[in-house]
Design a protein. Sequence first.
Length: 750
Amino acid sequence: MKLTTKTIFSQLLAILFLLIFSQFSLIHAQNSDTTRVNYGLSSFLNYNIHTANFNKLPGVPNCCPNFESGSGLGLAFGLYYELPIAKKISIGANLNYSTLGGLLEVDEIIPIRIGNELIDGVSTHYLDTRLGYVEINPYGLYQYKDFSFKLGVSLAMNINANYDQKEEITNPNNRGVFVDEETGESTGRRRNVFENSTLSDMNPLLMGINIGIGYDLLLKQDKSLMITPNVNFNYRFNNVHSNLDWTINTISAGISVRYFPKPDIYVPKDVFKIDTLIKKKDYIKRRFVSKGIDLIREYKYKSVDTIYIITEFIRTDTLYKVGIDAKFDPSKPIKKYRYKNTHLTLIAKDEHENELKLDSLYLKVEITREIYPLLPYVFFEENSSLIPTRYKRIFNPSNFDATALEPSPITYHRNNLNIIGQRMLANQSANITAIGYIDPTTEKNKCDLALERALAVKNYLVKTFKIEANRIEAKVDSKSCSPLDLTKSKTRKAYQENRRVVISTKSPGFLFAVNRAKVQEPTEIYPPIIEVKGLGEIYVTKYDPYEPYNKKKQDYEIEQPSFNEVNIHQEGYPIFNQTYSGTNVNEVIKFTRQNIQNLKDGSPIEFYFKTHDINNSFEEKRINIDVRKDTAQIAVEKLTLTIFQVSQSTLDNRIKKEIKKFLSNLDEKSEILIKGYSDNLGDYNSNKNLSAYRAKEVKNYINMVAPRAKVVSVKGVGSDEFPPGVYSYKTPEERFISRTVEIEVRTIIK
C-alpha cells in the first residue's frame, strides 16, 4: 500500500489526539514528584523523513532520475533511566530499538509499447527500505510543573538493512509494456525487481540531536507510577549509507511508563540497655550501686523502605548487697582508712562525633602572622549611655597586655578602649575625639544621650588610665546627633549600628591595626576532639586492730570524693585543668589554635585524672599521647581590615596606608589571595556582589602600589562565610567587622 504524506500526518494527529484525550481518564499530576530517580518503558510511533540524492544503490541495476525524498512509519520501544541533579533538572538516557525504514519513489517519462506503437508513458521507481537500529539517547531534562522538556544526543547503531526495489509502469495504469532498448523486445510492465535484499556498506553509526516535550499524568496516588505522553524530533547529521547522500530524520510520538521507587526513610532511634549485676559484698553496712562506664554503639538496619539509625546506650551497673556482717567491739578504738578507685579512658572523635583511632596527636602547621583591625567604635544599647558589659573593663592598666589577647578582631574590638588607653599612655602627644551618636528612628532628638555616650568613653579612659581630661574631647557631631552613614536597612539590627561613639585622632598610625607575632598556625588537627572519661570513687574502711576476727574482715562505706581533677599538659605547659564534684567525669577536649600553639614535636601530652579525698591526698591515672607536628614550608601573612562603610566599596586613605605598609617587603615569588566579605543585612545577592567589588578594589590598589605582585585568587563570598575571628552577626561590631577584605600572602620558606 502506498503511504502518502497526507495519510501519515493524519495518523499522527489521530495518535496525538488520543494521547491528549486520555488525560481526562487519568489522575492529574498537579504535584508530581519528578525529583526522584525513575526508570521505565517507552514506546513510540516513528514518522521517518528520508532525504536523498542518488539514482541507484551500489551494484543494483536501476536507471532513473535521483531519489530525493521519502517517508515511512516505524516503531521504537525500549528502556529509560533518569537521575535528578537539581530541583527541576535531571539527566537520563533511553535505550531503544527503532525501525527507520521508508519508501523512496521517483517518476520517469520513458517510451512504452502499446500494440505496435511507442508512446511516452510514466515509469515509477520504488525503493522500500526496512532499517533497524539500536539507539541510545543521553539527554538533559527540565521539569516545569507537569511538562518536561528534553534535549540530548542520539547515537544509533545499524543492525539490519533490507529493501525491496522495482520499476513499474504507472501511466497508463492498465496497458503498455517496457521495451528493451537494445533488442526492441517487450519486457513486461515491471523490471529491475529485487525483493527482501540486503543493503551493504551501511554506516554503522548515526549521530544526531534529539529534542522533545512530555506531559506527566499520575497512575497511582503515591506518585510511584506515572505515564508521560511525549513528542520528539530526532535530527541526524550523517548519511545512512557510506557511499550515498541519504539521511533520515524522525518525528516520534509515544508513551513512557515511569516508575519512581520510594526513597528510603531514615528514622533515628535510641535504645537504652542498662543492666544491673547483683553481688554480695561482705562487711558493708548498707547496699549501694556502683555505676558502670557508658558505652555508645551506632548501627543501621533496614525494614521494608525504612532505615533505622540505632544509637545504643549500654551500661552495666553493679548493685552490692550486704553480705557477712562485721563484728566490732564498740569499746575498742576504730581506725578509718581511705583508698581510691580511679579509672581514666580517652576516646578520639571527629567533628561529627565519629570515633577515631587514637595513636597520637597529629598537627600540620604553617608559620603565620596576622594583622587585625582596630574598630574605633563603641556601640550602645537603646536609650542607654552605659558602656555594655561585653566591652572588657580593667582596673589596673599595668596588668593589661594586648599581645596576650586571643588573636581575634572581636576580642581586639571589645578591648579597644584598653588598647587605646595603653597607646595614649605610650604616646603622650596623641589626643583623641569621642563623637556620640544616636539612632534617629528609636532615639529621635535625644542629643543629650549622644553626648552622655561620648562622655562615658572619656570618663573610662580618664579614670582607668589616668589620661589628662584635656587630651580627650567628647562632643556631638551634628544637630541631628545621628551618623551621616546611617545603615540603609530598616531593621532592629540596623538601628543598633547607629547607636555608637566614634573615636578619631589626628595622630598618624594611632588607630592602626593590631599586629600578632608570628606563630605556628594549625591547618590540620587529628583528632580534633578527645573525650576524657574518668571514674573516681573513695572507699572508707573501718578496721578494729584488736579483734583478730576483724583484722581480715573489713566494713566499707562509700564516700564522695572531695573533688576529681582533669589536668592536661606537655612538659609542664598547661593545656587544660578543671575540677569536678561527683564520681563520674565526662569532659570533651577540643584542640584549637589557642591551646596547641606551644606544643612541641616529639614530646607527649600527659592526661591526668586525679581523685582527691577530704585529707587532700589523691590517686591519679595517667595516659600519654605522642605529638607529631608537621611544619609546612610556607610562611603566611594575613591582613584583615575593616575598610568599608555600609554598602560601600571604596578604600579610605588610612587603609591604603595599611595595605602599602603590609606589602612593603613583599617577596616577588609570593602568592596573594584576596577574599571579600559582607554582613547579612539587606539583599543576599547584592551583598555577595558588593563583597566581590570590595575584593576587586583591593586588587586594583595592590596592582598600583606593587605592580609585580602575584595575585592568584580574588573572590567575594558575601555572608556565605564568616571573616576570620567572627562567628555570628548578632552584635553591631560583628557586622561592622564583617564588611572587610582579607589579604593573604603565602611565601615558600627557603
